[in-house]
Ligand binder design. Structure first.
Ligand code: SF4
Ligand code: MG
Length: 320
């Protein structure tokens, strides 16, 4: 914990129709070095926005976001300027993030060259070494992105990020656009790289199975807030927050005889006009009077397992 990197701040999201949508709200998350934290939630919960802010692609509309005490991005004349190379992001669609007219070797080499991470004469060898790490032969350096399969492109995107020797990787749905068999290959590659390089990562996904596979700890997000945070074992063994419980019940279980599928009741409320109190209260089967007025804070409920729910108020057993 002494090595903890602290990501903190009061964060706001983008805008729609001149109304500020609070995509992410007062998220305070500490990622320990060498740890992978999974960020889970339904689409629109703010998990991608959080990833983009941590990566310096988006700046908070108010408040600040710092990595190791320094801002990851600033805004200059209306443009977001990333101010650190220590955080690197891997996107869902690797094709969109690769220049179609550039050899992938040049794409991988660009960052390290510009930032002087590698001596000019060593760049080619460096690129070959990184391609090898992600399971691609050195001859792939001279190919263009369209000559790669989806899984190979994602390997290139991982190579490009790793070439910057980041302290923190942010992966936003990195396997969501891939076939299931290819997903497993890319996830296994990630696990191998973790073991050999000791990566620290935020892994954003809507897929509870994927997150369980790769994470040490898991943060569950709902309407821009973290509503539950704990070790992967604790969260998958005993989810505490009613939203997390509903999320688990909405996933068909393999090997449980008949698949049990129970969608979460109600619609996700609009982030423009979120419900008062606990924002989950219109959908929560346990909602009481307190839930409609008082925002529950994320607090330790059982050891290091935290929940933002009046039922788990400070581990004493609260009332909703
Ligand atoms: Fe449900 Fe109340 Fe807990 Fe919110 S605070 S999740 S409404 S019980
Ligand atoms: Mg997303």
């Amino acid at each position: 914990p002494g090595l903890a990197e602290r990501i903190a701040g009061r964060l706001g999201g983008g805008t729609a129709q001149n109304v500020t949508v609070r995509a992410v709200n007062a998220v305070d998350l500490t990622v320990r070095r060498g740890e992978v934290v999974g960020i889970v939630g339904e689409s629109g919960c703010g998990k991608s926005t959080l990833g983009r802010m941590v990566s310096g692609i988006t700046v908070p509309s108010d408040g600040h976001l710092a990595f190791d005490g320094a801002p990851v991005a600033t805004e200059r004349r209306g443009h977001v300027v990333k101010t650190t190379t220590r955080v690197q992001m891997i996107h869902q669609d690797p094709f969109a993030s690769l220049n179609p007219r550039r050899k992938v070797g040049d794409t991988i080499a660009e960052g390290p060259r510009v930032h002087g991470l590698v001596a000019r004469r060593d760049v080619d060898a460096y690129v070959r070494e990184i391609l090898h790490k992600v399971g691609l032969g050195a001859d792939y350096a001279d190919r263009l992105p369209h000559q790669f399969s989806g899984g190979q492109r994602q390997r290139v995107a991982i190579a490009r990020a790793l070439a910057m020797r980041p302290d923190l990787l942010v992966l936003d749905e990195p396997v969501a656009s891939l076939d299931v068999s290819i997903q497993a290959q890319v996830l296994n590659l990630f696990q191998d790289l973790r073991a050999s390089l000791g990566l620290t990562a935020l892994f954003v996904s809507h897929d509870l199975g994927v997150v369980r596979h790769v994470s040490d700890r898991v943060a569950i997000m709902y309407l821009g807030r973290i509503v539950e945070l704990g070790s992967v074992e604790a969260i998958y063994r005993q989810p505490l927050h009613p939203y997390t419980q509903a999320l688990f019940e909405s996933v068909p279980r393999i090997g449980a005889g008949r698949a049990r599928f129970r969608p979460i009741q109600g619609e996700i409320p609009s982030p423009i006009d979120p419900p008062a109190g606990c924002t989950f209260h219109p959908r929560c089967p346990h909602a009481g009077p307190r839930c409609r007025v008082e925002v529950p804070k994320l607090k330790a409920a059982a050891g290091a397992h935290e929940a933002a729910c009046h039922l788990h108020d400070g581990g004493t057993g609260g009332t909703a």
